[in-house]
Design a protein around this ligand. Structure first.
Ligand code: CTP
Ligand code: CA
Length: 224
């Protein structure tokens, strides 16, 4: 039993992971989306499962697959659907990691027919989506909550604000400044900041290695 826990430290733990972009409908054939591939979240789900966890992976639209009996994939489209799915599972998990690139805004009105082209300019009024991670933070009981932050300026300061605003135990700050990192790349350069504002800058690594680092960091915080 001791041996098993050494090898599978997340055994008997449930982990919720969000991944991918969200698509916010404009009309029946158009949407607002982003370039998130979903790879970071899928890699985190895989690494958590390898450590013994039962994983619920709530993913926006992506072609990625993950064939692992310990990973249940819940596929969603919009931020609202991702919100609903996350809240369905949150009470039953020990750890939640929000790696999805959730749309911040969605069209206020979704046209029920395809919008025809007409005037030279065209405006779509947008309204805020719900902040999924912040809502999980508000409902947090025993869970360890991990978020991401994508910043282009005052990175550390902004990331610290997100830790407090969303009631997080750990934030993974994505550095876009370093070449070869972020969207559309297979590598990532991240900085970990915990709830006590301890800062740990990591090397440029593959997303798979970053996923492993995140799982290791979660285990470290759990056992601190
Ligand atoms: N997030 C979320 N729901 C949203 C928006 C963001 O769960 N509607 C989560 C992301 O998955 C990520 C974290 O919040 O883990 C931070 O996302 P980010 O886009 O960096 O920050 P925002 O809070 O959206 O603020 P801003 O985009 O203005 O920097
Ligand atoms: Ca955002």
């Amino acid at each position: 039993e001791d041996d098993l826990l050494q090898k599978l430290p997340l055994r008997n733990k449930r982990v919720l992971v969000t991944a991918g972009p969200t698509y916010e409908a404009i009309d029946p054939v158009r949407f607002i989306g982003n370039h998130s591939s979903g790879k970071m979240g899928f890699d985190i789900a895989q690494k958590a499962a390898e450590k013994g966890a039962e994983v619920i992976l709530v993913s926006g639209p992506t072609h990625l697959q993950l064939d692992n009996s310990q990973v249940k994939i819940v596929r969603v489209q919009s931020a609202q659907e991702m919100y609903d799915a996350c809240h369905e599972y949150f009470d039953s998990v020990d750890v939640a990691v929000a790696a999805a690139a959730v749309a911040d805004y969605r069209p206020k009105i979704v046209a029920d027919q395809k919008i025809k082209k007409n005037d030279a300019t065209f405006n779509i009024e947008l309204e805020k989506t719900k902040d999924i991670l912040a809502s999980l933070g508000e409902n947090k009981k025993h869970q360890l909550l991990v978020g991401f932050a994508l910043e282009t300026e005052n990175e550390i300061e902004h990331a610290k604000q997100k830790i407090q605003k969303k009631n997080l135990d750990l934030i993974v700050l994505n550095s876009l400044n370093d070449s070869g990192a972020g969207f559309g790349h297979t590598t990532n350069k991240v900085t970990f900041i915990d709830a006590q504002f301890n800062i740990q800058a990591m090397e440029l690594k593959s997303k798979e290695e970053v996923a492993q680092d995140i799982i290791n960091k979660i285990l470290e915080i759990q056992h601190a």
